[in-house]
Design a protein around this ligand. Structure first.
Ligand code: ZN
Length: 307
């Protein structure tokens, strides 16, 4: 699962570099217009904005795949087109370092816990937890790919990746139990879950559109439009602020259920805990990164950055 996270992140970074030139051009146009001699610039600026568009579209497409731990990676992708400014890179460096550390922790903890046996497979553990809580209507299915584990609230289906579905390991039951935790949040009609489900579409839509609107506002020196873009992008931050407590709650439920139902002996829980705790840190890092990015662009537009 961590392989998936790091692959997605690694895929995002080079994309950021390619945008550097385009966005620098857009920024220059913005600054030229601010200083009042940019009459010939709009054409160039729009061309630059158009050059950024393919990456924006790619990002929107990428952000459509639902999955468990990739929600954090999804947040990384959200930042992708914003990765053009070196000062931004410095500004969000703490979040990036935290994200890299957390992803490394997830990877190593998952590998270690995968070698430790559990009495049930991931699928059987999820089934047991769901049935014990009266959520027998939730289906458990296998799904292709790595780290693609997720609960789909619209169809009430819990999908587990190959490494989790049939594997009888502490890592597998830990992740399966986390997903079952999401299903139980849904079954209990958690209001936070309802807000999250409503916000996920808004966040995907808002972050993509927000970036486009921001770029256009910058390119055309229309500051209110750029602000609108930032506000739309704020939908992503909102989503992550709602999502974070749900992720932590799902893991807390998982830890409690695995022990209460006798799936994992108390003595074996540290290995499960290390996987789930590391995953929680990836969400913290993603949330921090989006907040810092939002603050950076807000301060950029409000005149904090002037060169
Ligand atoms: Zn989750």
């Amino acid at each position: 699962m961590s392989a998936g996270c790091s692959r997605r992140s690694a895929g995002g970074w080079p994309g950021g570099h390619t945008q550097k030139g385009h966005v620098a051009a857009i920024q220059n146009a913005w600054l030229v217009q601010k200083s009042g001699n940019g009459r010939a610039r709009p054409q160039k600026s729009l061309a630059s904005a158009a050059a950024v568009a393919p990456t924006i579209v790619a990002r929107i497409v990428l952000s459509q795949s639902p999955a468990l731990f990739q929600e954090a990676a999804q947040a990384d992708r959200t930042m992708l087109p914003f990765f053009f400014d070196f000062r931004l890179l410095i500004w969000i460096a703490p979040a990036i370092v935290l994200a890299l550390w957390a992803q490394w922790r997830v990877k190593s903890a998952f590998a270690a816990a995968s070698r430790l046996p559990a009495p049930l497979s991931g699928a059987a553990a999820a089934r047991h937890i769901l049935d014990s809580a009266g959520a027998s209507n939730v289906q458990v299915e296998s799904v292709g790919g790595s780290l693609t584990d997720h609960y789909d609230p619209s169809t009430k289906v819990l999908r587990l990746s190959q490494d989790v579905y049939g594997a009888k390991s502490l890592a597998a039951v830990g992740i399966a139990a986390h997903e079952a935790g999401h299903a139980l949040q849904d079954a209990e009609k958690s209001s936070l879950m309802a807000v999250r489900n409503a916000a996920v579409g808004v966040a995907n839509f808002g972050s993509g559109l927000g970036i486009i609107v921001f770029m256009i506002g910058l390119a055309m020196a229309l500051q209110p439009l750029a602000w609108l873009g930032i506000i739309l992008f704020g939908g992503t931050v909102f989503f992550q602020l709602v999502n974070l407590p749900l992720e932590i709650d799902a893991s807390n439920r998982a830890k409690a259920q695995l022990v209460a139902l006798g799936i994992v002996p108390e003595a074996d829980m540290p290995a499960v805990n290390s996987v789930l705790n590391a995953a929680a840190w990836t969400y913290v890092a993603a949330t921090l990164q989006s907040i810092l990015t939002l603050l950076y662009y807000a301060s950029y537009l409000s005149g904090g950055s002037d060169d």
